[in-house]
Design a protein around this ligand. Structure first.
Ligand code: 0A1
Ligand code: ZN
Length: 878
């Protein structure tokens, strides 16, 4: 642990002392000794204190030379700080600073800065990686124009890429060659990128609506070219969509994507040269699941959309991260919704939000969408900043409507183009474009925690008035005990007792409105009075999940009614889920009392009804069939009980599989694919539904398991093959070992597929899984250095297997801490990300909590712990 890592505070923001107008970089690439020469044209920032020194960030750089305005800088005028930075004393108000440094990309296992993977060179600079490449004021409010020259061995490194447009290339003698790139757009250092190596490209092109012809390329390792079609297709659809929906066109002559198998995150939006985790580029029917195909579409779109929301308009400081991330997630969600089923997309996004963000908001790392402080910014690429941030953008969209929102986007971009701005600038543009006071909405950015929304209602037959009382409360979060009420848009409607929609007229309105309307709850409690209501109605609330809140206390009969009758597909789905969750939690309580879990015929009826109407929308039916997950249930409990939850869920799956066996089998058989693999929404929906049926059948007993074994053998695509293998991995059958061994033998040469093999075993509920996971950790194909592989085993176990992770022996916790301690010195960022599940100790029984705390303490006591792991472990212990 570094001596007391420093906390960075949002309130301490000060403008940079110096600005850098142009950056000229020259790379002489070599795995062990790359030389980076930089030429910076600097000038004092008129907006900053006039006496501040010229300070450049640096980390692990070997300084070879520094020159100021052409003269060598004497050592007396340059100080190297203990943090690696370089400070120039008595710098003139403007000048040219040239530095030359040496770095060793091959030794860079942190995968931040310039590193090698499979012998090729890649960079990752967000958030603070550029300082590991050269000395620079490495903060997003310093925007500069870059030119980059790269020199390397021609045979080993034939491809040389950087941001912007190509600007010449040639021979450099002695078997070396060079290429030059110029990016005409000013950008912050975190968007710098360089990719070089033995890569092949899949080319295509796109002509923008104003006629710019853009060369598109996806760069991959030889052999992977055949698996780029879906990524390219997704890119072209994204480019078109952004023009049509937001009027935003691409602004360079080339758009390059490079795929790398060693990458800390999903992908990175570097200007004109996106770098992607191979997981989000490569797909073929044989190797990628439907989930993978959808992930590729989402991530390709997300990174492309950053070109405007992130790159052209960027963040002033890292506290504003959600300015680009929340907005860009919102944009990619809308894109996907427009490509297929809006309802199913919304359901999946809400499922994801509840699985990851709600627990975060209820745990020790809870932070506002715009955090107030951090130790390591890498720890704040969170579901709160991304997914809740997108929900807040959606709130604004709901509040002001799509037309004003689009005007607001135009205004936001035109006002802030080529600038580094704040969340106030975004909300301000929406406010000005809509003429609506949005200042109360800023609270959504600054207050952590998930609001709880409760409902009471009453009906007066004499006056035909119906009163809906909405109440909100946000539980305290670390460092934020007092909470203010938030403005919550509640999209809603009223149904009569046949399920038909009632027009609604609020007191004071002249005419009734048909369909969905939006109520704005902006106090702690508020009454909404509806006039002319003929009989007691059923309220349908939070249609489309109009706000990221927990809606509580809706009676079970109403949930059942809404699940069948509501016009809003999200409410239909959610009511079914909430109904099942409440029932499951009752059974958990029974199990805790030593009683056997029961069964509700209503659940079997719901499954039967879903199956009967599944053909209309198989994807929706598949979503409706899946019972609430173990994590979702744990998140509803004050003190979780992973064993009881697992037992109840398993019991209900078996019951449903048995009660509805015939219908499940009939649906399963009717959905057997005959034609070629297709990835349109309907085909994906049919496979999801079929595999959901198979899962119930396998839960019901041997025949179902045999069916899974047969599907495994017959499958011609990874979706069906993996779904079947995951069921086998959970079962006691000889087909289990055979299937796993066969799968390994078949796919051992394919990293992305092998990751799946690790994950399904890590998530198995069978006894002995912890020992199996330890054995997999020692497997020759396990590689702690590769983040995908580390996550596939360690992350899948700790986050995807609550039953065994929370084993009362504490062995699961010990395994995670051992892995984090081993990984931290290699890659602190990925290690820190794995710590999360240990932080939820307050929601476990005291004995378990104590075991979890002991492991967190062991992590914290590790010598030389990274800043990031220090922050996660110490905050988790608080
Ligand atoms: N901006 C990227 C996410 C990202 C963040 C950090 C990284 O390395 C530390 C890499 C990628 C996105 O939103 O896709
Ligand atoms: Zn992003």
């Amino acid at each position: 642990m570094p001596d007391s890592p420093k906390t960075i505070r949002r309130g301490d923001y000060a403008p940079p002392a110096f600005l850098i107008d142009t950056v000229d970089l020259d790379f002489a690439l070599d795995p062990m000794a790359t030389i980076v020469r930089s030429r910076l044209a600097f000038r004092r920032n008129p907006a900053a204190a006039a006496d501040a020194p010229l300070r450049l960030d640096g980390e692990g750089l070997t300084l070879l030379e520094a020159r100021l305005d052409g003269e060598a800088l004497p050592e007396s005028r340059r100080q190297l700080g203990a943090d690696g930075s370089l400070t120039i004393t008595d710098a003139p108000d403007a000048g040219i600073l040239e530095t030359s440094v040496r770095i060793a990309p091959e030794r860079n296992t942190a995968l931040s800065g310039l590193y090698t993977s499979g012998g090729n060179f890649y960079t990752q600079c967000e958030a603070e990686g550029f300082r590991r490449i050269t000395f620079f004021p490495d903060r997003p409010d310093v925007m500069s124009r870059y030119s980059v020259t790269i020199t390397a061995d021609r045979a080993r490194v034939p491809v040389l890429l950087s941001n912007g447009n190509p600007d010449g290339s040639g021979d450099a003698g002695e078997g070396r060659h060079w290429a030059r790139w110029v990016d005409p757009h000013p950008k912050p250092s975190y968007l710098f990128a360089l990719v070089a190596g033995d890569l092949v490209n899949v080319p295509d092109s796109f002509t923008t609506r104003s006629g710019r012809k853009v060369a598109l390329n996806i760069w991959v390792r030889r052999g992977d070219e055949t698996r780029c079609g879906h990524a390219m297709d997704s890119l072209i659809r994204s480019m078109k969509w952004d023009e049509e929906v937001f009027g935003l066109e691409y602004d360079l002559d080339v758009f390059n994507i490079a795929a790398v198998s060693d990458f800390n995150m999903g992908a990175m939006e570097n200007k004109g040269l996106n770098v992607f985790n191979t997981k989000y580029v490569l797909a073929s029917p044989e190797t990628a699941t439907d989930g993978d195909w959808q992930g590729i579409e989402t991530v390709i779109a997300h990174e492309y959309f950053h070109n405007w929301t992130g790159n052209r308009v960027t963040c002033r400081d890292w506290f504003q991260l959600s300015l680009k991330e929340g907005l860009t997630v919102f944009r990619d969600q809308e894109f996907t919704a427009d490509q297929g089923s809006r309802a199913v997309k919304r359901i999946r996004d809400v499922r994801g939000l509840r699985a990851a963000q709600f627990p975060e908001d209820a745990g020790p790392m809870a932070h506002p969408v715009r955090p107030d402080s951090y130790i390591e910014i890498d720890n704040f690429y969170t579901p709160t900043v991304y997914q809740k941030g997108a929900e807040v953008v959606r709130l604004l969209h709901t509040r002001i409507g799509p037309v004003a929102f689009r005007r607001g986007m135009d205004l936001y971009i035109s006002r802030n183009d080529n600038q580094a701005v704040t969340i106030e600038d975004f909300v301000g543009a929406m406010q000005d474009a809509s003429g609506t006071d949005l200042t109360p909405f800023m609270r959504w950015y600054d207050q952590a925690g998930t609001p709880e929304l409760t409902v009471e209602d009453s009906y007066d037959p004499a006056t035909r008035r119906y009163t809906l009382t909405l109440r909100q409360r946000t539980p305290p979060t670390p460092g934020q005990v007092e909470k203010q009420p938030l403005p919550i848009p509640v999209a809603m409607g009223l149904l009569d007792d046949t399920g038909a929609a009632l027009p609604t007229r609020l007191a004071g309105e002249n005419a009734a409105q048909p369909g969905t309307r939006v109520l704005l709850l902006d106090g702690a409690v508020q009454d909404f009075v509806f006039e002319d209501v003929p009989a007691p109605p059923v309220p349908s609330l939070l249609r489309g999940f109009s706000a990221p809140v927990r809606l509580k206390g809706v009676p079970q009969e109403r949930l059942r009614f809404l699940a069948v009758h509501d016009s809003d597909p999200f409410v239909r789905w959610d009511s079914g889920q909430q109904y099942a969750a409440a029932f499951m939690l009752e059974q958990v309580a029974r199990v805790q009392r030593g009683e056997a879990p029961g069964f509700a015929p209503a659940l079997a009826d719901a499954v039967a009804n879903t199956l009967a109407s599944a053909d209309a929308d198989p994807a929706f039916a598949a979503e409706a069939l899946v019972l609430p997950g173990e994590g979702f249930l744990a998140d509803q409990m004050e003190v979780a009980d992973p064993e009881a939850i697992h037992q109840v869920r398993r019991h209900l799956r078996r019951q449903i599989g048995t009660h509805c066996g015939a219908a499940l089998l009939a649906t399963y058989q009717a959905l057997t694919e005959t034609g070629p693999y297709r990835i349109d929404g309907r085909s994906i929906g049919r496979r999801s539904l079929r595999n959901a049926c198979l899962a119930y059948l396998a839960a019901a007993g041997e025949d179902g398991v045999a069916l899974a074994a047969a599907q495994y053998r017959a499958a011609t695509n990874m979706t069906d093959q993996l779904a079947a293998l995951a069921l086998l991995a959970d079962a006691e059958t000889p087909a289990r070992e055979a299937g796993l061994a066969e799968f390994h033998a078949k796919w051992r040469g394919d990293d992305l597929v092998l990751d799946k093999w690790f994950s399904i075993q890590a998530m198995s509920s069978r006894p002995g899984t912890i020992a199996a996971v330890r054995a997999l950790y020692a497997h020759p194909d396990f590689d702690l250095k590769n983040p995908n592989r580390a996550r596939a085993l360690i992350g899948a176990f700790a986050s995807g297997n609550p039953l065994h992770f929370h084993d009362s022996s504490g062995e699961g916790y010990r395994f995670l801490a051992d892995a984090v301690i081993a990984l931290d010195p290699i890659n602190g960022q990925t290690a820190a990300r794995l710590i999360g599940p240990l932080g939820l100790w307050r929601r476990q029984w005291v004995e378990r909590g104590a075991l979890m705390r002991r492991e967190l303490q062991r992590v914290l006591d590790t010598p030389n712990l990274s800043k990031g792991s220090f922050e996660k472990a110490s905050k988790a212990l608080q």
